[in-house]
Design a binder for this molecule. Sequence first.
Ligand code: HH2
Length: 282
Amino acid sequence: MKPFRLRHGRALGFERVRVMGVLNVTPDSFSDGGRWAEAEAAIARGLALVAGGADIVDVGGESTRPGSEPVPADEQLRRVVPVVEALAARGVVVSIDTTSAEVARGAVAAGAEIINDISAFRFDPGMLPFIAAAGVPAIAMHTLGPPRTMQRDVHYDDVVAEVVAHLAERSTAALRAGVDATQLALDPGIGFGKRLEDNLALLRHLDRLVALGHAVLVGPSRKAFLGRLTGKPVDQRLMGTAAAVAIAIAKGAHLVRVHDPAELADVIAVADAIANGVSSGP
Ligand code: HH2
């Protein structure tokens, strides 16, 4: 697996599982809405995520929880730009969680180095041309539709085959637009237009997505399917998240997107060592 190319000659390799820490600069995200809505608190949280072991801080100015409404680009930019600027200035690798090419452009200008698009570049026709021109690494995630409607009438004949086929098609579209295949990661979109059994099947068979040859990111952190399995509210899903993260790594995930990198660091390190071996150390 080739590394993601970052700025100033830096790179993010996949010789070990990489950790993306979640930073929602929103009033309404499903698990931490409002906690980091002020820039100062968000910047401090971003630095804490890095101190806790995050390799990337994923900054988002729009909640994508089921039923949520889109946030205009100018409002997303107002929320994220000061945070991206401050973190990037401190050398933090920032990804921008947006489906808007305008927000992606503004965030990259502010120092973001990776684009994380939950629509796999479908919601904004300007997204792929921007990513190709900017030459930045990007993540394409599967969702059935926009967050407002994605949990309505969910049905798959074969969820794994359909998600893999969809992401293969999005990979082809990205490559045609001029995106470098080595700079593209794919994500099955846990919780995005998925029933409980769909999320479980996608994690159980993640190796079929890995087989496409791109880096694979998985984001099960604190999500509703864990609540369905454990009966626990969103603030008590750390152990459920740990189980999902460990299985994702065992099935070949290269990146995991989590709210609690420090608490999950040992889980990630041990799962990575069992799945992929250790390159050095005791
Ligand atoms: N999940 C969320 C948001 N962005 N991006 C990727 N690539 N994969 C994911 O699984 C993913 C994502 C939802 O989680 P969160 O950011 O905590 O919540 P909200 O969308 O309510 O802000």
